[in-house]
Design a protein around this ligand. Structure first.
Ligand code: SAM
Length: 160
């Protein structure tokens, strides 16, 4: 079954959520910063299939009733943009812990910023050093590597 539901972490201005709104039936996007979440909700108001949640991705993800295969786009981490939150941290490991518990073999997991994997390429944020393909697949448990597409690393939750 091909997922037609897209769940994103890290909304920022809502650019990726807006793009996804044209490709998926339902788009949910989670933003930690109250200011950015409110701003994105306004920007995305005219996209009726998009919902913006405010909170930490690791807390909000389990509260979304996603009992169907989904595309997860993981992009929640500290960044330099004004009014953003989570500086110096990433929500990735809490998100992967949640995803590892899901029993949806048709989930597709996409992690943004492949260029920064392993550290060094994206400023002083320490979390990139641990963000590697190996660690992501290990955290997901049963997932298999799909590949790298542009700046995104993709893994399928379908075994072998
Ligand atoms: C790189 S930006 C996201 C860019 C966006 N996906 C796009 O492509 O347009 C990262 C965003 O994640 C948010 N953030 C940081 N930690 C978070 C967390 N634990 N949960 C949710 N959002 C978080 C930041 O406030 C920032 O807005």
């Amino acid at each position: 079954m091909t997922p037609d539901r897209y769940i994103e972490t890290g909304t920022l201005y809502g650019a990726s959520a807006r793009m996804a709104s044209e490709l998926f039936r339902t788009v949910e996007t989670i933003e930690l910063s109250k200011v950015m979440a409110a701003d994105a909700a306004q920007r995305l108001f005219c996209y009726p299939n998009v919902t913006v949640f405010q909170g930490a991705s690791g807390d909000v993800l389990p509260s979304i009733d996603a009992d169907e295969p989904c595309v997860f786009y993981l992009d929640a981490h500290g960044c330099k943009e004004i009014n953003t939150a989570g500086q110096g941290h990433t929500g990735l490991w809490d998100e992967l812990e949640y995803l590892a518990r899901r029993e949806q073999p048709d989930d597709l997991v996409i992690v943004d910023d492949f260029h920064a994997f392993g550290g060094g390429a994206d400023g002083p944020n320490p979390f990139w050093a641990d963000t590697t393909e190996t660690n992501i697949l290990k955290a997901l448990g049963r997932a298999k590597r799909c590949g790298v597409f542009g700046d995104q690393f993709a893994a399928s939750c379908r075994n072998g």
